[in-house]
Structure formats: structure tokens, C-alpha cells
Design a protein around this ligand. Structure first.
Ligand SMILES: [Mg+2]
Length: 174
């Protein structure tokens, strides 16, 4: 993989609900690792809503394995996962691929059959690609309104632009 590709998502979706069981099966994916904050739930939602639970249930029914990898602290990730009971790696230090590699090992699937779903390029996307997983980006549910986040989003833009250009090119070749 060329170095720049490390920072370019393999897919972009509005939210997790677009990445449904049907899509995952058509892609041959059998395991999905989710970032939590701003991907599945905004920071202030401590426990999964019914909509989130239904979504995970529908993936589970299709035989898709699920795990969480969060850079947030133990408390946040474990409270969120309490009812769901998935394999969960808090404090994952993404872009380190370590947490994701633990999920790969736990699921016992080849990395090619797995996907990481997240909302950030410099943590989620890079970590996924370093672990040899494809990365699907969703729109952040609600960013913290801090300068740090605004700067981060600004620097993500060129990579999202590359993704969009590549997508147009692939579609016109198809
Ligand atoms: Mg996130």
C-alpha cells in the first residue's frame, strides 16, 4: 500500500446504519470493529439506544462478529458495551494498530474479511490500515466544538478529497 493510501478511507457513509448486514455480506465481510465515540454514539450518550441495539442485533443475526476499539477510557467503553457484551478494547491508542490486532485475533478471521468503522482519519483510518483492515468512514455524529477538533477535521479534508476522486475514477472504469 502506498503511504498516502494509509490515510484514505475505503468507503464513506452517512452513518453506521448505512453499513448494514446486506452491504457487509455483499462485501464478504464477516467481522466489524467499531470505534465508539462519534461513530456509534455521541460522547454524551453513555449507553446504547434501542436503535443502536437493533442495528447490532441485525448484524449478529447475519453472522457478523462485532467488536469495539476505543481510544476513550475503560469506563466509557465498558459502560457502553455493558449490555452488548462484545469484545471491547478501551484505551486503544489508535493510530496504533494494537487494539485492532487484538480484535482480529479474537474473531479468528482473516483481516481481509474484516472492516473498521470510524469517524477519524488520523486515528481510525490509519490504525485500520496498519492492521491491514479496510476502513469505512462515517460522518462524525457530533464533534466537540474545540479548536483541536476543528484543526483535525481541516487536515482530514485532502484525504477525503482523494477518496472522492478515486471513487469517481473507479465508477467510470466500471
Ligand atoms: Mg471517534
Amino acid at each position: 500500500m502506498k503511504r498516502i493510501r494509509l490515510l484514505v478511507p475505503d468507503g464513506m457513509y452517512k452513518d453506521i446504519y448505512e453499513i448494514n448486514a446486506q452491504l457487509l455480506m455483499s462485501l464478504g465481510k464477516e467481522g466489524v470493529v467499531f470505534d465508539i465515540d462519534n461513530t456509534v454514539a455521541p460522547y454524551e450518550i453513555l449507553r446504547p439506544t434501542q436503535e443502536m441495539k437493533d442495528y447490532f442485533t441485525s448484524l449478529g443475526k447475519s453472522g457478523i462478529k462485532i467488536a469495539f476499539v476505543s481510544n476513550n477510557k475503560n469506563d466509557r467503553a465498558n459502560v457502553f458495551n455493558e449490555e452488548l457484551g462484545f469484545f471491547c478494547v478501551p484505551d486503544a491508542s489508535k493510530p496504533s494498530p494494537k487494539g485492532i490486532l487484538r480484535c482480529v485475533k479474537h474473531m479468528g478471521l482473516p483481516a481481509g474479511k474484516m472492516l473498521l468503522v470510524g469517524d477519524q482519519i488520523f486515528t481510525d483510518c490509519l490504525a485500520a490500515h496498519l492492521a491491514k483492515l479496510e476502513f469505512y468512514m462515517v460522518k462524525p455524529i457530533k464533534d466537540k466544538n474545540t479548536l483541536f477538533f476543528r484543526i483535525k477535521r481541516f487536515f482530514e479534508k485532502p484525504f477525503i478529497h482523494i477518496y472522492k476522486k478515486m471513487k469517481v475514477k473507479n465508477e467510470s472504469n466500471a
